[in-house]
Design a binder for this molecule. Structure first.
Ligand SMILES: CC(C)=CCC[C@@H](C)[C@H]1CC[C@H]2C3=C(CC[C@]12C)[C@@]1(C)CC[C@H](O)C[C@@H]1CC3
Ligand SMILES: C[S@@+](CC[C@H](N)C(=O)[O-])C[C@H]1O[C@@H](n2cnc3c(N)ncnc32)[C@H](O)[C@@H]1O
Length: 383
């Protein structure tokens, strides 16, 4: 199927699944208005690749199907993410006395600061979700953001929120696959990606596209999901944790930190910062909302969020969704989605506690001032 046909089909499917009125409803109320058969199809398309197998063939299948699989994954989890977490789909470091929302925003500010984003810069947000980070970074720095996303539902939501919060002049959201970007070469002053490029089947693929669209001298800053130096692919316990993360988070393959660092260098980037922010012995671990440890809750206003993300709250949500599905209030397949998200939570906490995994490997990389653009290089090769 051609790229244009695929886009058309995904857009049409989004309308069938979520209806035309995207944005007004969020969380469980949005879940309740989904089309039953389209939801069943989306859940099946997401889960068809995760049948428990971790052999090379099974991995190959997941890598090949990355676009449809992630598109389907976010079609079915976005409402749960917004219900349980908010509109920024990433983790953060937590400090004593700081609210959940403040931690999430600070994590975004820090990336903007490390990328050196300035007022008036044209910035690309790769894998922008429903635009939570883009709105925060645009407000914080005064930059203009283009959000790139292959999920039509999230794009519609991001546009809706930008309008609602009077930010449409500073941002736009476009449909596209980050492995094959449609932007002109040397377009953006800065590029950032937050917990998104891990959905790529090959990191060099997405990083080289970023390199291409970044202006010479421009900076790329990313919070990458990677397996750490402690991870041993041949250790079945380690592989089980990585597999749970892949299954529950719609990731074709979790890569080792060295693969990411090498990929940046191979694409031509100068790597300025390479630091695992989860490796700071923080008093409050990044994964605490998923563990259900009340002692870490910093703010009474966070109780509702904390309950929903904790083990007990997740069991409650699963039970509620099961009943809703039985009586026809939630579409078929919703229960399977909560079960997959439970895998995500278990795998992430196990990966975090053992330090085999980090969701905040910070890389800051620069495209050299004198960089040749890929088209120049290919022209020279043919001369
Ligand atoms: C998938 C990637 C690359 C990043 C997303 C990171 C996090 C925002 C999510 C990872 C697991 C998610 C879960 C939930 C919210 C969003 C995450 C933390 C829930 C708490 C949402 C409410 C459900 O009932 C349970 C979910 C567990 C997993
Ligand atoms: C975990 S979410 C993070 C979203 C956002 N960065 C945030 O922090 O709120 C990952 C995002 O990457 C997007 N994504 C995954 N694969 C993609 C692809 N091939 N092309 C473009 N976007 C993609 C998903 O649709 C989703 O919006």
């Amino acid at each position: 199927m051609s790229e244009t046909e695929l886009r058309k089909r995904q857009a049409q499917f989004t309308r069938e699944l979520h209806g035309d009125d995207i944005g007004k409803k969020t969380g469980l109320s949005a879940l309740m208005s989904k089309n039953n058969s389209a939801q069943k199809e989306a859940v099946q398309k997401y889960l068809r690749n995760w049948d428990g197998r971790t052999d090379k063939d099974a991995e190959e299948r997941r890598l090949e199907d990355y676009n449809e699989a992630t598109h389907s994954y976010y079609n079915v989890v976005t409402d749960f993410y917004e219900y349980g977490w908010g509109s920024s789909f990433h983790f953060s470091r937590f400090y004593k006395g700081e609210s959940f929302a403040a931690s999430i925003a600070r994590h975004e500010h820090y990336l903007a600061y490390k990328a050196g984003i300035q007022r008036g810069d044209l910035v690309l947000d790769v894998g922008c979700g429903v635009g939570g980070p883009a709105r925060e970074i645009a407000r914080f720095t005064g930059c203009n953001v283009i959000g790139l996303n292959n999920n039509d539902y999230q794009i519609a939501k991001a546009k809706y929120y930008a309008k609602k919060y009077n930010l449409s002049d500073q941002m736009d959201f476009v449909k596209g696959d980050f492995m094959k970007m449609d932007f002109e070469e040397n377009t953006f002053d800065k590029v950032y990606a937050i917990e998104a490029t891990c959905h790529a089947p090959k990191l060099e693929g997405v990083y080289s596209e970023i390199y291409k669209v970044l202006k010479p001298g421009g900076t790329f800053a990313v919070y990458e999901w990677v397996m750490t130096d402690k991870y041993d692919e041949n250790n079945p316990e380690h592989r089980k944790i990585a597999y749970e993360i892949e299954l529950g988070d719609g990731i074709p393959k979790m890569f080792h930190v060295d693969v990411a660092r090498k990929a940046l260098k191979n694409c031509g980037f100068e790597v300025l910062v390479s630091e695992d922010l989860a490796d700071n012995d923080d008093e409050i671990p990044w994964y605490y909302p998923l563990t259900g440890e009340w002692k870490y809750v910093q703010n009474l206003a966070n109780l509702a969020t904390f309950f929903r993300t904790s083990y007990l709250g997740r069991q409650f949500t699963t039970a509620m969704v099961t009943v809703m599905e039985k009586v026809g209030l939630a579409p078929e397949g919703s229960k399977e989605v909560t079960a997959a998200l439970e895998n995500a939570a278990v795998g992430l906490v196990a990966g975090g506690k053992s330090k085999l995994f980090t969701p905040m490997m910070l890389f800051v990389a620069r495209k050299p001032e004198n960089a040749e653009t890929p088209s120049q290089t290919s022209q020279e090769a043919t001369q």
